[in-house]
Design a protein around this ligand. Structure first.
Ligand SMILES: Nc1ncnc2c1ncn2[C@@H]1O[C@H](COP(=O)(O)OP(=O)(O)O)[C@@H](O)[C@H]1O
Ligand SMILES: Nc1ccn([C@H]2C[C@H](O)[C@@H](COP(=O)(O)OP(=O)(O)O)O2)c(=O)n1
Ligand SMILES: [Mg+2]
Length: 244
């Protein structure tokens, strides 16, 4: 079910930011017009609203290995949000042999960011089919392009943005001992991902700081110590989180 039709013209900022990032990516990527015709129907927008009230959206940001996934598991256990990891959705897409599988694999292997249309499409599918409208979106948006695509297509903004702030060498150490067999968990790719994080994700973090939505968390310490910083942020929304 889509909410309402919109002309492609209203996506011009998205289209132009798309074009610029598109041209620096490899030839194996789908062409921009293929993304618009075979990807999500851009003339239509997503519908993630529950019958009553509004969805509750948390974005979880931080560099690779900063502990996003680990803290998300604790947030889900305590507050019952629906966890959507952008990275997990992309890895599932690779494993399912989808039309974008090889492009996603190559992008992740290089430590780069997958074009927003693909990632937003995956998030949108999960959000629209979920009975739980309290979303914990992990590892997204990783760039201004990601953020703008989400806001334009989903017509929604986050209620809360968590930023797990972690020193680089600690992130490197954690990624290299993660042991999940991930293709991007090696020293070369992690260095590249840290550079991409600084260049593309920090502007998103600054954007939400300016809008008063950012909660910066010191990501050094034990998992429980870090969760003690997270808990009061959600506790402040307890009543809303209890609504169906
Ligand atoms: N506070 C912490 N201290 C030490 N190691 C941690 C901590 N939090 C998570 N880890 C470990 O670091 C690695 C990366 O954590 P993860 O949650 O996958 O981070 P991210 O999702 O941000 O990449 C995992 O092996 C995890 O078990
Ligand atoms: N919004 C996103 C999220 C992840 N990706 C790609 C690029 C990232 O390096 C990989 C892995 O993301 P993931 O969130 O699982 O990585 P970390 O948990 O931070 O280690 O996926 C993306 O292109 N766009
Ligand atoms: Mg993760």
């Amino acid at each position: 079910m889509w909410r309402r039709a919109t002309s492609l013209a209203s996506f011009s900022p998205l289209v132009s930011s798309f074009k610029s990032s598109f041209f620096i990516q490899e030839a194996s990527r789908p062409k921009i017009w293929e993304m618009f015709t075979t990807g999500i129907p851009l003339q239509e927008k997503g519908n993630i609203r529950p019958k009553h009230g509004a969805p509750f959206i948390t974005f979880v940001l931080g560099g690779p290995g900063s502990g996003k996934g680990t803290q998300c598991a604790k947030i889900v256990d305590t507050y019952g949000l629906k966890h959507l990891s952008a990275g997990d959705l992309l890895r599932k897409e690779i494993a399912s042999d989808s039309e974008y599988g090889s492009m996603i694999l190559n992008t992740i292997r290089l430590g780069k960011i997958v074009p927003s249309e693909v990632t937003v499409k995956l998030l949108r599918k999960e959000m629209e089919s979920s009975d739980n409208h309290k979303f914990l979106i992990d590892g997204f948006p990783r760039s201004e392009e990601n953020r703008i695509a989400f806001e334009e297509i989903m017509e929604a903004e986050p209620d809360i943005v968590l930023f797990f702030n972690c020193p680089e060498e600690e992130m490197v150490k954690r990624v290299l001992s993660r042991n999940q067999g991930r293709i991007d968990d090696n020293l070369h790719t992690v260095r590249k991902r840290l550079k991409v994080f600084e260049e593309l994700n920090l502007p998103v973090i600054e954007h939400y700081a300016k809008r008063g939505k950012l909660h910066k968390i010191d990501a050094v310490g034990t998992v429980d110590e870090i969760f003690e910083q997270v808990r009061p942020i959600f506790a402040a929304y307890e009543r809303r989180l209890k609504e169906s």
